[in-house]
Design a protein around this ligand. Structure first.
Ligand SMILES: Cc1ncc(COP(=O)(O)O)c(C=O)c1O
Length: 456
């Protein structure tokens, strides 16, 4: 970007670019990262951070950028939410870690009680705390298998569940995540999840969803017997797979199958939970209560914490000593999560999140009309994505234009990441505390990059 272009953007309120990106200090840090960390550790931008507050990131060269990635959906509450910072500081002065496998402490007990209360389902629940989303899913599947004394797990194409051996086995998108690893865990059955944008042309949406439901039912004959089905694992809105909200009828059918067969319905809300869709949990849009819900990311406002919350009888099935870890339920992470929940359960928080989603939807729908390379815009509430194609009629994915647009928008001060099975989507995960002005500012920058298309 030249200096005239840069000054044009500097008239805006939040984004202030003093250098081309990455600036000299950022470049220096990027060099050190490349030398010190493994090559396989990807990064979607060259932003080197000095400070982050709310929806704003300041880099080490003094440039301020708008954060539309939110640490991949971790920062729904905003960077350094004051109450979260205060709670962490106060807890760190009392005790940092005494381990839930050795002692008992208030923040962990209170967080388990709170999660049991606020997650969908009016039945008695128990919560197991861990450190990452992968661990939460791994715990959920292990517990479901233990409780049912069955092995089979149904998962879905496009699903992302983590990078431990079991969760990597459950994850889709082979080339990016799984190539070269393995052998993978067994007794997993991957079925098609409905992606309405990519349905076969002759089918109506309703016919397509019916077809996917029929295939799901058939899998109980062709792939796994119901008597050996431990769990069905699904993201109510696929995250990594491309912000694909599951049709209501499909999720409800999964609920029905689990109820009929005694399998455990596991909803992975690690990306779509904690306010991301405008409700505390995405399942609330679907009027269903899964047997187990996994959550992480925005639960902890940046602290590494995850939770597996489920029916008490299922969660209690495992023998004494069969679950847990050194850091699960660490007090500093629990107090952060409690502050997140306190803030997000105020009606004003989710009302603003919904407004953020409405603004995004209005603006992005226009992009679909204006730019032929925009194939689809979709999502649920403020969890939204724009998908790029080479040709609208064939819907051939265009990952190249996607990368170009991301690079251009980042160069103009908006932090962005990709998503989608074909790496041809830009997902928007700004902190939900973003102001309307900041949101419009970031969307203006992104739209300018989209308008340039392949010339960006
Ligand atoms: C839906 C979902 N499940 C599980 C995970 C894994 O979480 P983590 O990276 O914390 O292990 C992710 C991470 O992106 C996710 O989006």
């Amino acid at each position: 970007m030249n200096i005239i272009e840069r000054n044009k953007y500097n008239e805006m309120k939040t984004i202030q670019l003093k250098t081309a990106l990455p600036g000299p200090k950022s470049q220096e840090m990027l060099k050190r990262r490349a030398a010190a960390a493994p090559a396989g550790l990807a990064k979607s931008t060259e932003v080197a951070v000095a400070d982050a507050k709310g929806a704003v990131i300041t880099d080490v060269d003094g440039n301020t950028l708008l954060d539309f990635a939110g640490a991949i959906g971790v920062m729904n509450i905003g960077h350094c939410a004051p109450n979260v910072v205060k709670a962490i500081q106060e807890q760190a002065e009392k005790y940092i870690h005494t381990c839930a496998l050795v002692t008992t402490f208030e923040p962990m007990v209170e967080l388990c009680e709170t999660l049991n209360r606020i997650t969908p389902g009016s039945f008695p629940k128990k919560t197991l705390l861990a450190n990452s989303g992968s661990e939460a899913v791994e715990n959920a599947v292990n517990i479901a298998r233990y409780a049912t004394k069955r092995r089979g797990v149904i998962c879905f194409e496009g699903g992302y569940h983590g990078r431990t051996l079991l969760t990597l086995s459950l994850t889709s998108k082979h080339g990016l995540f799984k190539k070269g690893f393995g052998p993978f865990a067994g007794d997993l059955y991957r079925l098609q999840a409905p992606n309405v944008y990519r349905k076969p042309d002759p089918m109506t949406e309703a016919e397509y969803v019916d077809f996917c439901i029929r295939k799901l039912r058939e899998a109980l004959i062709s792939q796994v017997d119901p008597s050996d089905l431990a769990a069905i694992l699904i993201e109510p809105v696929q995250g990594e797979g491309g912000f694909i909200p599951m049709p209501k009828a499909f999720l409800q059918e999964i609920r029905n199958i689990c109820t009929e067969t005694g399998a455990v319905m596991i909803a992975d809300e690690i990306q779509c939970g904690f306010g991301r869709t405008g409700k505390l949990f995405a399942c609330e849009h679907y009027d269903i209560a899964p047997d187990i819900i996994t959550t992480a990311k925005s639960l902890g406002a940046g602290m590494p914490i995850s939770a597996t919350v489920g029916r008490a009888d299922i969660m209690d099935a495992v023998h004494l000593g069969g679950v847990g870890g050194t850091y699960g339920g660490s007090p500093v992470t629990c107090v952060a999560a409690l502050e997140v929940i306190r803030e997000m359960t105020k009606p004003a928080f989710l009302a603003h999140a919904t407004r953020v989603g409405d603004i995004m939807t209005q603006r992005m729908n226009v992009w679909k009309e204006k730019y032929p390379w925009v194939g689809d815009v979709r999502g649920l509430g403020p969890m939204r994505l724009v998908e790029f194609v080479k040709d609208r009629s064939t819907r051939e994915p265009d990952p190249d234009i996607t990368l170009k647009i991301i690079k251009d928008a980042v160069a103009h001060g908006v932090v962005l990441i990709r998503a989608g099975l074909f790496s041809n989507g830009i997902r928007l995960l700004p902190p939900l505390v973003i102001t309307e002005e900041q949101l419009h500012e970031g969307l203006d920058v992104l739209e300018a990059s989209i308008a340039k298309g392949m010339n960006s």
